[in-house]
Design a protein. Structure first.
Length: 201
């Protein structure tokens, strides 16, 4: 995968750029992963209901074309957007989600943190609290966006929503377990794990 580290970028133009990339790609287009952070924003998936956005305050709410419900993005969160040709990689959606989760579990394990899956609730959890969220859109056999891992993000905004549509779902972050790596270090380690887990066997 081609890695692009974009830094702190606004959510909506980045999402539009992913749409344009996916529309314009063909069978020869290489897969890419974009490593980003976003200014504070709530994003609402296609299945999302506005009642799950309880008290957004001044944080904007953007309705998107990904699957899933509502989540929060903000500085200190490692986001990896995955633009993959699933047919070329021989992956179905369920297997893609499983491998993305495995990459996040591997990232956590490298810090001595035990991550786990929860049945019917995509993402990765530590002691029942969500630390990584996954949201995907599949168009013409290709995927975007990807995964967001809480590194040292402010968790307060998660209390303004029902994360992923689950009232009272707790959130956690790497910093809560003593991780002090820079955002760039976390993103590069996440990208390494994703590449390992998504490489065709």
């Amino acid at each position: 995968m081609i890695r692009r580290t974009l830094g702190l970028v606004a959510y909506e133009p980045t999402w539009r750029a992913m749409q344009a990339f996916t529309r314009g790609r063909d069978a020869q287009t290489g897969d890419q992963v974009w490593l980003v952070e976003h200014p504070s924003v709530f994003t609402l998936g296609l299945a999302g209901r506005r009642e799950h956005v309880i008290a957004p305050g001044a944080i904007p709410v953007v309705a998107t074309d990904r699957g899933g419900q509502v989540t929060y993005h903000g500085p200190g969160q490692a986001v990896a957007y995955l633009m993959l040709d699933l047919r070329r990689r021989g992956l179905g959606v369920k297997e893609l989600v499983r491998r993305i989760e495995q990459a996040a579990i591997g990232l956590l394990a490298g810090y001595g943190i035990e991550g786990e899956r929860r049945a019917g609730m995509p993402g990765v959890y530590v002691n029942g609290a969500k630390i990584a969220a996954i949201g995907l859109r599949i168009a013409r056999g290709c995927s975007y966006p990807g995964i967001a891992v809480n590194a040292h993000v402010d968790l307060e905004p998660f209390g303004r929503i029902d994360p992923c549509g689950y009232p009272g779902l707790a959130s956690t972050r790497l910093a809560d377990f003593g991780v002090r790596d820079s955002m760039d270090a976390v993103q590069q380690k996440l990208s390494d794990r994703l590449e390992e887990c998504l490489t065709p066997t």
